[in-house]
Design a protein around this ligand. Structure first.
Ligand code: CDP
Ligand code: CDP
Length: 218
């Protein structure tokens, strides 16, 4: 029933997934799940425990025991958490442990919402391959890194441009080259290059695509 009302958004770091997902969720009154938070939550559990993010046994256990309150950790938005997230995200058992939660969110969105928007790396390919709307947002890595630098500085944090760019390139490579659910557009995804588009223009492109697919009857 509800499972038809799902918008899958994938793409690399800083492409504008979250920005677009929030706007679409508001537009359609859908629930929104930032699936990166789940991987960040697992990565943060390992950091807090003083364990390495490449520890397969510990990471798998952390993913299986992940609680919603783990997603409230204040450090989750840090680049340290992002790096740990992208390491645990290469482990197939970690991905498997997080799969059901994501699918339940998509098929039975919380608070009685009529549908769901999920953003991540493998929503259109693995988590919700049946989603009627799949968007893949991307942009040149230099542009994505510059956005990240601006964001960090706006939050009053220090950012060394070369370092942010290098971290993003490393994370792109880990996400794209891994065997378990690598980052790639689904065959039927609509690709939006956000490099020269502001959030309003990206939103308009997405709305046009959704409308041309018949909308959601809304
Ligand atoms: O979720 P993801 O990492 O893909 O990106 P985001 O958090 O939505 O956006 C990363 C940064 O890029 C934010 O500071 C956005 O305001 C900015 N952005 C932009 O400049 N142009 C866009 N079309 C989308 C996002
Ligand atoms: O916000 P940003 O795009 O920088 O990262 P994120 O969406 O919070 O994701 C952090 C890391 O989690 C990514 O680099 C991926 O390695 C991993 N991830 C994933 O593998 N699959 C997802 N569906 C979401 C995130």
């Amino acid at each position: 029933h509800n499972s038809k009302k799902v918008i899958a958004i994938d793409g690399p770091a800083g492409a504008g997934k979250g920005t677009l997902a929030r706007r679409l969720a508001t537009q359609f009154a859908f629930a929104h799940l930032d699936t990166g938070l789940l991987y960040r939550g697992v990565g943060m559990k390992l950091i807090v425990a003083g364990l390495d993010a490449t520890d397969v046994v510990a990471a798998s256990a952390a993913a299986r025991s992940l609680q919603l309150q783990d997603l409230d950790h204040p450090g989750l938005r840090s680049d340290e958490a992002a790096v740990a997230a992208s390491k645990v995200a290469t482990i197939a058992a970690v991905r498997q442990a997080l799969l059901q939660f994501q699918r339940d969110f998509a098929t039975r969105p919380p608070n009685g919402a009529a549908g769901a928007v999920l953003d991540g790396r493998d929503i259109g390919t693995v988590v919700c391959p049946w989603a009627p709307i799949k968007l893949f947002v991307t942009a040149a890595v230099e542009i994505r890194a510059a956005r990240r630098v601006r964001e960090l500085r706006q939050r009053g944090l220090q950012a060394i441009e070369e370092r942010v760019l290098r971290d993003m390139q490393d994370r792109d490579a880990r996400d794209s080259d891994r065997l378990a659910s690598p980052l790639q557009p689904a065959a039927d995804a609509f690709v939006i290059d956000t490099g020269t588009l502001d959030p309003d223009a990206v939103f308009d492109a997405a709305i046009m695509q959704i409308a041309s697919n018949g909308g959601f009857g809304l």
